[in-house]
Design a protein around this ligand. Structure first.
Ligand code: SF4
Length: 455
């Protein structure tokens, strides 16, 4: 098989009903048709639509040197919207998946007992997972890493909410929840799939000169709209969120973290079982929690409770924090103990999230519903005109479609006007040695993704 730069060339077909895995070749034809990420996921979804598919895929640039190229995307039918949803998975998920030897994973059917999928070194196994069924997300991550003997394993998994198949259930990236606003935790639960565990020690072929171009683009980003800003705290004022929340975030912040190759560390670690000002961790078990979920954090602060601790509870049971906080607000809950009890109850409650989970007005067109609502609903530090766009809502949908296809974090995508469509086209052309790739071709791939997902 001829190597396709940036990809491993493998699609895994994991039949959960039979317990069998097969590997198929990622064809040049499919890459030229849909490029990657959500766009190829959608093609695979349609190909297998009669077999209850859930598709996990990486973008064209995922795990390369392209800035913010950490992304994997989970595509399937959402129990929240009843339609197609694409979940962006950040941190290390896309990198670990691709370097474990698989660009795309097609999960078919349902297992008859709890299982997990284990991916490493180009190998795949569907293993029994009764040992962690019923355990919370944090304990399950530890036990799965222990079972496979490697602390660096990345996991996508569910807690009690997913096992109970409730629409508020999230698929979690390791301990810290995710940007899943589609209830795919319930889809994992219905498939009896507790977890996907991945360890990526492989390598990718990239085109000559690609690394240098990516370094130049990253430097441009670092000196552009994000310069001098960091963390979730700096999103507050530009997004129009209650500015008193910024001080609350700052006083509890221990450190900021960034996902793979990201120039903007938005992940914020809150320390509350020891002083946040003590930089070292002194052996206190579970000193705090890490999140990039600003909508949930803000909503919990607006209830007047210790928001990071409420986020921790959501992460442990596997609930979508922003939607859960919205429900707690309706119940009139105003203290942490009551909130934790209510969150426990929500992990068994078939209630659905309602509307936008942001505590600000959101004006997005209907097509936006195919992408995660956890992403800031407008550019954060720059006007849309800096991205070469006019209509803010249309811009958001297309920018998300682009990020989910090339494998760029969709939060980064709304922070970085320096990453223009023209530069992306140049880098795709160079990487794929695809001389006639053009802005028009990229636009038609994005149009197809949006049309097929919305149809
Ligand atoms: S913007 Fe935040 S979520 Fe996105 S890649 Fe950077 S650190 Fe990760």
């Amino acid at each position: 098989m001829e190597t396709i730069n940036n990809y491993t060339g493998n699609i895994l077909i994991a039949d959960l009903a039979s317990g069998e895995c097969e590997t198929e070749e990622l064809s040049q034809e499919l890459v030229e048709k849909a490029l990657g990420g959500a766009a190829i996921n959608m093609e695979l979804y349609e190909q297998y639509k009669d077999r209850d598919p859930l598709i996990l895929g990486t973008g064209f640039f995922t795990a390369t040197f392209f800035p913010c190229s950490c992304l994997a995307v989970l595509t399937g039918k959402s129990p929240v919207t009843g339609a197609i949803g694409h979940v962006p998975l950040t941190w290390q998920v896309g990198v670990e998946l691709k370097l474990s030897g698989f660009d795309f994973v097609v999960l078919l059917g349902a297992a008859d007992k709890p299982v997990r999928l284990w991916l490493h070194d180009g190998l795949s196994d569907i293993n029994e997972s009764q040992d962690v069924w019923g355990k919370d997300v944090w304990e399950s991550v530890d036990k799965i890493r222990e079972a496979y003997g490697d602390d660096m394993i990345q996991t996508l998994l569910i807690g009690k909410a997913g096992e109970n198949k409730v629409p508020l259930a999230q698929v979690s990236e390791n301990y810290w929840g995710s940007k899943d606003s589609f209830g795919f935790g319930a889809v994992f639960g219905a498939k009896n799939l507790k977890a996907i565990a991945m360890r990526g020690l492989g390598a990718l072929e990239v085109a000559e000169g690609f690394f240098q171009k990516c370094i130049e683009l990253k430097n441009e980003i670092l000196n552009g709209a994000i310069k001098g800003k960091s963390g979730l705290k700096d999103f507050i004022a530009p997004l129009g969120i209650d500015t008193s929340i910024k001080a609350k975030i700052e006083s509890a912040t221990h450190r900021l973290n960034a996902c793979y190759n990201c120039p903007y560390p938005c992940y914020t670690f809150f320390k509350y079982r020891e002083a946040p000002s003590v930089m070292a961790q002194t052996g206190v078990a579970d000193p705090g929690c890490l999140t990039s979920g600003l909508a949930g954090l803000t909503r919990f602060y607006m209830l007047g409770i210790d928001a990071p601790r409420a986020m921790e509870k959501c992460f442990k049971v596997g609930l979508q924090p922003a939607a859960a906080a919205q429900i707690l607000e309706k119940k009139g809950i105003k203290d942490l103990a009551a909130a934790e009890a209510a969150l426990d109850a929500l992990a068994s409650d078939p209630v659905k999230p309602e509307g936008s989970t942001w505590p600000i007005a959101v004006n997005l067109p209907p097509a936006a519903s195919i992408f995660s609502s956890a992403i800031p609903p407008k550019p954060v530090f720059s006007p849309v005109s800096d991205f070469g766009a006019q209509d803010a809502g249309q811009f958001w949908v297309r920018r998300q479609a682009l990020a989910y296809t090339i494998g760029m974090c969709p939060i980064c995508a709304v922070l970085t006007p320096e990453v223009s469509t023209e530069k992306i086209v140049e880098l795709v052309r160079m990487s794929a040695e695809w001389d006639d790739f053009s802005v028009d071709k990229l636009n038609s791939i994005l149009d197809n993704l949006i049309a097929k997902s919305s149809g």
